[in-house]
Design a protein around this ligand. Structure first.
Ligand SMILES: *Cc1c(COP(=O)(O)O)cnc(C)c1O
Length: 415
């Protein structure tokens, strides 16, 4: 699909206020020169920094006990081992470095759960750029460790108090700041969403995941995988993992969304108890791009839900939406309980505590491994340390398959 026009079939585009067009056009030009054409050796420096600072390449690991359990070859791409504990650094480092090449001297970003803000703050400290992160007041209260991490790395965290005080409002505030300061400021968007060139550019910064994983699978399994699975929120780890496999017709691609507590939507209340945008959303415009979104009959964005904060987003990348419409990618979903079970299973069988986001993909493999062929590649997009508190709370009152006895945790005061 063409990335130059910013259109992915009927999705994508640039739906932004006039005041932002100069910034968007300048970024488009920089994307083409530095990322696509490697001008001034930009991509070489990017890859070198991903290696030295980020620890790339990340391993591809054969999951021995899962392989035995499913009578298949299960391989895990270990993005949890990237510096910062998730794939988000690939994009944050790419964009902050690009801003430097563009002569910008200030970075802004928005963050919901705090993972993207944390990655951006790390990249800014590494490259010596001042960084301001907008974050909803409610999210600040819910995600204190991440707020502290950002500040430790020298970033300023600005609370957004309008509306519900969550990601949606933080994005609007960051857009406003960008429009006012286009001369010296770059806005680092955290997923393959937003106006062109962001969806294509973020995919190209995350593409390194599939460049490595495709080669590593060929080396270790002796051939390409039959199926490739990963979780999808905005879809950046998803597009990063799929990019190099899209032309491999024998490889089935699965985007696993958050089914939350139910796929039913309460239109009157404007609440979706899930974040399954690809499975249940409809076409509309969100954050400068035409894509699939969770909206009510009047086009109001619905409040979404997932046990994993990183998947809790009412939109999805336009290219991923187009690949699903073309039947190249299969959109599926796993609910909160299935993700929690996946979290405990990987922790106990493989000694890897995955992010709750990644656990959705593992939940899908558990229920559908018979349809996934002999060689199965799953992305572990991040590590689960950030989710321990949530898992403790969420597992306690439910009957989660394979979970340790939570009463023991309670009686010993937690840990
Ligand atoms: C943010 C996050 C996600 C979801 O973001 P995508 O853009 O959909 O990849 C998934 N996994 C982890 C670990 C995250 O931090």
């Amino acid at each position: 699909m063409s990335s130059h026009t910013g259109k992915f079939d009927e999705y994508g585009g640039q739906y932004v206020p006039e005041a932002l067009m100069p910034a968007i056009e300048e970024l488009e030009d920089a994307y083409e020169r530095y990322v696509l054409d490697n001008e001034d050796g930009f991509m070489d420096e990017f890859r070198q920094r991903l290696a030295d600072f980020g620890g790339r390449p990340t391993p591809l690991q054969r999951a021995d006990r899962l392989s035995e359990r499913y009578d298949a070859e299960v391989y895990l791409k270990r993005e949890d081992l990237l510096h910062g504990g998730a794939h988000k650094l690939n994009n944050a480092l790419g964009q902050v470095l690009l801003a430097k090449y563009m002569g910008k001297d200030r970075i802004i970003a928005e963050t919901g759960a705090g993972q993207h803000g944390t990655a951006t703050a790390m990249a800014c400290a590494h490259l010596g750029m001042p960084c301001e992160v907008y974050m909803g007041r409610r999210d600040i209260n819910r995600q204190r460790p991440n707020v502290f991490r950002m500040r430790l790395n020298g970033a300023e965290v600005t609370p957004v108090t309008v509306g519900r005080g969550t990601l949606k409002e933080a994005i609007s505030e960051t857009m406003r700041d960008w429009a006012e300061n286009v001369e010296d400021t770059h806005y680092v968007i955290g997923s393959v969403v937003g106006p062109h060139p962001f969806p294509a550019m973020v995919r190209d910064f995350q593409r390194v995941i599939s460049e490595e994983a495709r080669e590593q699978t060929r080396e270790k399994a002796g051939r390409l995988p039959d199926s490739v699975l990963t979780c999808a929120g905005g879809g950046s780890n998803t597009m990063g993992l799929f990019a190099e496999f899209v032309d491999d017709e024998s490889v089935d691609l699965y985007a696993v969304e958050a089914g939350g507590s139910s796929l039913e939507v309460d239109e009157a209340e404007g609440v979706a108890p899930n974040s399954a945008t690809l499975s249940t959303g409809t076409e509309g415009i969100l954050h400068g791009s035409r894509t699939r979104i969770l909206q009510d009959g009047d086009g109001q964005i619905m409040e979404s839900h997932s046990v994993s904060a990183g998947l809790d987003y009412a939109g999805v990348g336009p290219e991923l939406a187009a690949l699903v419409d073309r039947d190249r990618v299969t959109a599926v979903n796993v609910g909160d309980d299935g993700a929690l079970a996946g979290f405990h299973r990987l922790s106990q069988l493989e000694g890897i505590i995955p992010a709750l986001e990644s656990a959705h993909a593992l939940g899908y493999v558990e229920d559908h491994h018979e349809e996934l062929g002999e060689v199965i590649l799953v992305n572990v997009s991040g590590r689960g340390d950030k989710d321990l508190e949530t898992v403790l709370e969420e597992t306690h009152d439910r009957d989660i398959e394979g979970a340790p006895d939570m009463d023991t945790f309670e009686s010993t005061g937690g840990f």
